[in-house]
Design a protein around this ligand. Structure first.
Ligand code: FAD
Length: 432
């Protein structure tokens, strides 16, 4: 997508990584007239995990001007269905019931399609995109950033006024600064594959994500285009370590622990290899350094249970674009701008994290399966599930109320709650 000939280049901003976060910030900064280069290790389209999106993603797609393209490659997701072995019937949360009903659906996408659209959009907006180009070395100073890259044109050196790390779970800057930390409150691992022939629910439910709890964690079932369904197990890391045979066999054995899912997959055939991902729950102590910023997963990732990863990555790219723009225009204002950015990003993460840390506890499961809409608390939870964490009034206090109800209910079942808390602590300790 970009001129490969020169070995030394100067620009305003180098972005490492052309996933959703990197492509989004590159498009927004190029739109503002900055000279931006994106270095992406892979060539798109390529497989990536993270296929279920949130309604509030659509707002961001619209602002980027790509919503129609996403619609072409996506399946409409009207809600999320929770299946519990302890409850007789599944429970569906429809996004149309959120406090802000103007975002009633999201999309399920092959990430190969989504990421290609976003990267092309960045190039269309004027960013220079270099694929199959690995950022191999970074040096930062008060004057800016120097990046060495290796790609089809050989080695190249970049001088930029600002560096954005959007390298996802490679966490280039957090590793370099040694500020990456395993999450002390959560740990989980995953194994997943694509299947064909998975039964779909009828009508408006056909595109919903489904969550199935089981003894060692939970499964996702995500319907995708081209007859594919993404199926994954998110489990405590200790469980992943009990594997003896191949990953394929292990996924089969794991599915067998969840009879409702076995039933759902009875006519299904797996057509991709199984991938496993070890504990991926981490965050960085800080999100910035001299003339540089971390966005998306390069700063933090918690857990996929509420499909929040891509939304949070893109939302941080929008906030990041404002921040980088402010830093470039007025370097004296940079310290304040990056601090405000970090507060904003942490706020979004913490709202989801509270739910994520507790999603496998019996109390949370009961509350999600049989919610009573006291003072609209369920609408608050649906709003969170839709990704409405920065916008609508009335979401935050309802979430706080839900948290209070959770704690009161936990107090009413002290033995069970203490056991769940102990299990979580032991699980996290076993990883660290
Ligand atoms: C098991 C699992 C399931 C998930 N399910 C969901 C889901 O259903 N919904 C959801 O929203 N999120 C989900 N996520 C999270 C989601 O995958 C991420 O949050 C999202 O991809 C983050 O986007 P990003 O742009 O920050 O990083 P990425 O999408 O990872 O993009 C980073 C890019 O940087 C490139 N890169 C890395 N290092 C370098 C380098 N040195 N030089 C050049 N390029 C480099 C990579 O090739 C990559 O393209 C899931 C995550 C996991 C682990």
């Amino acid at each position: 997508m970009a001129d490969e000939s020169t070995t030394e280049r100067t620009c305003d901003v180098v972005v490492i990584g052309g996933g959703p976060a990197g492509s989004t910030i590159a498009a927004l900064l190029a739109e503002r007239g900055w000279d931006v280069a994106v270095l992406e290790r892979d060539r798109h389209p390529r497989f990536h995990i993270g296929e279920s999106l949130l309604p509030h993603n659509n707002r961001l797609f619209e602002r980027l001007g790509v919503l129609d393209e996403i619609r072409e490659v996506g399946i409409v997701k009207n809600g999320a269905v929770f299946n519990s072995p302890a409850h007789a019937t599944p429970r569906t949360f429809y996004f149309a019931d959120a406090i802000d009903p103007s975002a009633p659906s999201a999309f399920q996408v092959h990430r190969a399609d989504l990421d290609l659209i976003l990267l092309r959009n960045a190039a269309r907006k004027g960013a220079a995109v270099f694929e199959e180009t690995l950022a191999v070395e970074v040096k930062l100073s008060g004057a800016g950033a120097q990046v060495a890259s290796r790609g089809p044109g050989g080695e190249r050196r970049w001088r930029a006024r600002f560096l954005v790390d959007a390298s996802g779970r490679d966490t280039v800057l957090a590793n370099m600064f040694r500020v990456k930390r395993a999450n002390r409150k959560h740990a989980s691992a995953a194994l997943y594959a694509h299947f064909e022939g998975v039964q779909r629910r009828p009508g408006i439910d056909s595109g919903n994500i489904e969550i199935y709890w089981f003894d060692h964690g939970w499964f996702w079932v995500i319907p995708l285009k081209r007859g594919a369904t993404s199926v994954g197990a998110v489990c405590w890391p200790y469980y992943l370590k009990t594997r003896r045979g191949s990953l394929e066999q292990f996924l089969e054995e794991t599915v067998a622990l969840c009879p409702a899912l076995v039933d759902r997959l009875r006519d299904a055939r797996r057509f991709t290899p199984v991938t496993a991902t070890g504990n991926y729950s981490y965050q960085s102590v800080r999100s910035h350094g001299p003339n540089c910023l971390m966005i998306g997963d390069s700063f933090a990732f918690v857990d996929p249970v509420f499909s929040s990863g891509v939304y949070l990555a893109m939302a941080s790219a929008f906030a990041g674009a404002e921040t980088v723009d402010a830093c470039l225009r007025d370097p004296a204002a940079a310290p304040r701008a990056v601090r405000a950015y970090e507060r904003h990003v942490r706020r979004g993460l913490s709202l989801f994290s509270w739910f994520i840390y507790r999603v496998t506890t019996p109390v949370m499961r009961d509350l999600l399966m049989q919610p009573r809409d006291f003072l609209g608390v369920v609408r608050g939870v649906v709003s969170l599930l839709a990704g409405d964490i920065y916008g609508s009034r009335g979401v935050r206090w309802r979430i706080r109320l839900f948290q209070l109800i959770y704690y009161l209910k936990s107090l009413s079942t002290p033995g069970q709650s203490a056991a769940a808390a102990r299990r979580r602590r032991e699980n996290v300790r076993a990883v660290g």
